[in-house]
Design a protein around this ligand. Sequence first.
Ligand SMILES: Cc1ncc(COP(=O)(O)O)c(C=O)c1O
Length: 369
Amino acid sequence: MEVPFVDLSRAHAAVRSKLHDAAVRVIDSCTYIGGEEVRGFERDLAEWLGVAEAVGTGCATFGLFAAVRSLGIGPGDEVLTTVHTAIATAEAISLSGARVVFCDIDPQTFNMDPEDLRDRITERSKAVVVVHLYGQPADLDGVMEIARESGLKVIEDCAQALGARYKGRYVGTLGDVGVFSFFPSKPLGGFGDGGAVIARDTGLLKWIRMFSNHGREEKYVHQFEGVNSRLDAIQAALLRVCLPHLEEWNRLRREAAHAYSERLSAIDEVQVPAELPGTEPVYHVYCIVVPDRDDLRRYLKERGVSTGIHYPAPLNLQPAYAHLGQGRGHFPRAEYACGHMLSLPLFPGITSVEIRYVCDCIADYFGRG
Ligand SMILES: Cc1ncc(COP(=O)(O)O)c(C=O)c1O
């Protein structure tokens, strides 16, 4: 049997004709930048999240950068984040001119460890970017309490976590700013790049909207220098078709993850993802930790199962951060996780037969077939 790591076509099957109609509608409208499709999606997303407003952006990397800049953060400042994340999180900080300060992870949730965060705060610290990696809500109570004590702003990187809940509330709505990605494999995947930002302070959001559009509200009146990072009309129209299905797609992701965990937690050598009490993850990625990840990966590939690695190295070990001088040994928990994690196939529409097959292969590998 062949089990793909991700198959987007299965979720799309239910909306295929609506997607085609929406694409044709935008093409025929000749409005490709801004316009009613973008405003409509921003309204739909804000309503879905229960917030007043959302701003569409060209991608979440820009959204995070704009979030950092909107808080007045720049050279001489420090922003803390997890060392175990996509480089986009850290790039957004460095691009602002601030110094990125990495924190180690909680080995059970793979998210930022609030105690490690506390230890790394200095008088230069201005904000924390908390990442809900793999769609698992981070320990927000822990992070927010420390942030409050130290006067830090909180940016939630929800690139992988649209629809995940923390104590009944959507992640992204609890910090000062929340940022989402519509990269195709994300919970709400678009058909190219895209992102969105929400914020507690509508003034910040107004600034982010202008920053994403050359510092202007009106054509040819630029209040300040910005960039061009807007959500395209065609992406917005397609995302509007998908958004009403997100809750169901996230439910299917959770169901698949729980089916894996139920079976795999019986194998001593396999660590399955832990869920913090009061959280409802969306499992953008389902990662297990095993003694020899590369060998298991090879074994599964030989049996037709595609897997992924998220991520092969924590950011301190990436050449881009060599200048920080934090080589191997600085973040032992993240370094261990990156060397031992394997992401299993998971996407809306994966069948129970496929999940059972993957689990059977893993059980066989460990001699528990
Ligand atoms: C945790 C995290 N943050 C930020 C991003 C950046 O998202 P985008 O590709 O929309 O710029 C990603 C995308 O991979 C991500 O996984």
